[in-house]
Design a protein. Structure first.
Length: 266
């Protein structure tokens, strides 16, 4: 999943693209480099970020969604926790809702997804982006997220969303201590019991930067390492900034997971 941030303040400066044509061009390039899905977001969810209006978010994402639908042949995901934004994006042709709140911030979002028959990515977050990194605490982070996913699965199905259309994201960096992120990746197999696909988004995040003592601009290799670990531990979707490099990493990790059957086809 290639990330397209139509924002001026996303945590990784290299991903900020407020110009619609530039964002569309980036999406086309990502697909050429191997992206299987594109995720378009118009509101930053970095730690400490403020929300933007529905109108502003729509102004940022709709032209990009519409332009990419004419230019690429992969599913388009809209990264939003607002039902009005999701409704307009899906009506314009987007295919997937990626909700950092797991249907928790907007009580109408689940109904919108069900009405359009759209797959949903439901993420775990502790608090809201503005305050989520202010001293988060867990007794057992993997089990607590698992219980949260169980409750969110029940909620989504009650809205009328089909179980096979639900993807869970444990929310690396979203209300997590440094060690929590590594425990989550090591414990991903726990979430297989839910019977839904698992997405992880480690790309260039602070828990990688801190271990390497490097800024996000220099955290590519650390992101590749975390993505490899995630795939080996059961993740099916990796949300990334660096598609070309991550695609190659994913192919090798995926091949390793499926050996020896994969080797028979080479």
């Amino acid at each position: 999943m290639g990330i397209i941030n139509c924002t001026p303040d996303s945590f990784y400066a290299g991903s900020r693209q407020l110009d619609a044509q530039e964002a569309i061009g980036s999406g086309i390039r990502m697909v050429a480099e191997g992206a299987d899905i594109l995720d378009i977001g118009g509101e930053s969810s970095r730690p400490g970020s403020d929300s933007v209006s529905n109108a502003e978010e729509l102004n940022r994402v709709l032209p990009v969604i519409e332009g990419l639908l004419k230019s690429v042949d992969v599913p388009i995901s809209v990264d939003t926790c607002k039902s009005s934004v999701a409704k307009e994006a899906l009506a314009s042709g987007a295919h997937v809702i990626n909700d950092i709140s797991g249907l928790g911030f907007d009580s109408e979002l689940g109904a919108v997804a069900a009405r359009f028959g759209a797959p949903v990515i439901l993420m775990h977050i502790k608090g809201k982006p503005k305050s989520m990194q202010l001293n988060p605490k867990y007794d057992d982070v993997v089990n607590e997220i698992y219980e949260y996913f169980q409750e969110r699965l029940k909620c989504a199905v009650e809205f009328g969303i089909k179980k096979e259309q639900i993807v869970f994201d444990p929310g690396l960096g979203f209300g997590k201590r440094l060690r929590d992120n590594y425990e989550i990746v090591n414990g991903l197999r726990k979430f297989e019991k839910l019977g839904c696909a698992i997405l992880v988004g480690p790309s260039r995040k602070s828990f990688i930067q801190k271990v390497l003592n490097l800024p996000s601009e220099e955290a590519k290799e650390g992101s590749l390492a975390m993505a490899t670990a995630a795939i080996l531990n059961g993740a099916q979707i990796i949300r990334v900034h660096d598609v070309k490099e991550m695609k190659r990493v994913a192919q090798i990790a995926d091949f390793l997971v499926r050996t020896p059957k994969a080797a028979e086809k080479v």
